[in-house]
Write a protein that binds this ligand. Sequence first.
Ligand code: GLY
Length: 395
Amino acid sequence: MSQINLEPLKDPQRFLDQQVLSETEIDAAIAAVVAKVKHNIVKLGETFPSSSTVNNAYVTTKNVEWTTGFWTGILWLCYEVTGDDHFRHLAEKNVVSFKARIDQEIDVDHHDLGFLYSPSCVSAYKLTGNPVAKAAALEAADKLMTRYNPKGQFIQAWGAQGSADNYRLIVDAMLNIPLLFWASEETGDEKYRDVATKHYATTLKYAIRDDASAFHTFYFDPVTGAPLGGKTRQGYSDDSSWARGQAWLIYGIALNYTRLRDDSDLPTYEAVTNYFLNRVPADMVSYWDLIFGDQDWQSKDSSATAIAVCGMQQMQRFIAADDPLHDVYAHAAAGMLRSLIRNYTEAETTGITALLNHGVYSWHSGRGVDEGNLWGDYFFLEALVRYKKDWQMYW
Ligand code: GLY
């Protein structure tokens, strides 16, 4: 990104026409989620749901892959809104599993330690002071630090550390670096914050195109650290914007601004958010890549919308009330969340059911296409909880 093209909103009135969400709507949506989570707990026991559904039902899995922390996060959110110890006790058992996972280094050689440990263990520590959760999350932060490449100044997403074929960042890591900020806050050691800040700056510099759309991934030269170019993995093409990637940027900038209050990020936030909103289709829920519109008959990615809503809710408090965007963004977020509630939540199985239907995990590999997924479920519930109360975030 050499210079941001701040695309104005094409039709702000369309968003202003969306009603704000009533307490009744939020309460009913949360009650429906809690009922489904109770139903799922009976089916899951102490196992975890798979990353995405198959024919609309999750299958059970061990604590592996990058998504299990979202299940534990859902349990913590349910505990917060109900006060029901049933959720807390299961979440605490999950915490023990997450401690074992990092101690035994089970499927942790990647950058997704924030996705795993913020909603499962930082949450547990913040809500209950659980020392095992704190220790697990700090170990995960230390592990994440090992993914940092000084040449290029970024956290490497996947693959053997330093390997040329994987010498790249991905925008998803915007939600992994909050674990590092938290680790500095807890330990007083600035090294975590330093790496997070460098990775963040590199992401903003290279993973956002001049038109404010997102590259999914961006490569660097492993010898010199020089920027090489952007490529997609989960988006439609190298020069399109994967909807979830754009949403990870919206939420990531909001989270970073919350901590660092760097006002130079404000136009960047506005640019990436407007790019997303200008491509929101008629029912307010994005297609899996922002290149698609209603004429293309593609799948929606409900999870991208849920993530964007959370990011917009987080950033809303920093936008001045007399800024015209304040109300436009507030109504846009409400309209998107209402559409998720009304159109994307019907239980479609008697098995382990998604809280949010019609997401896309990976279109190219055919995995989780037009299915529910755990992160969509988590961010949907997080968005609802953000409307319900003054939520102390897990990120
Ligand atoms: N972080 C992986 C994904 O969003 O699919």
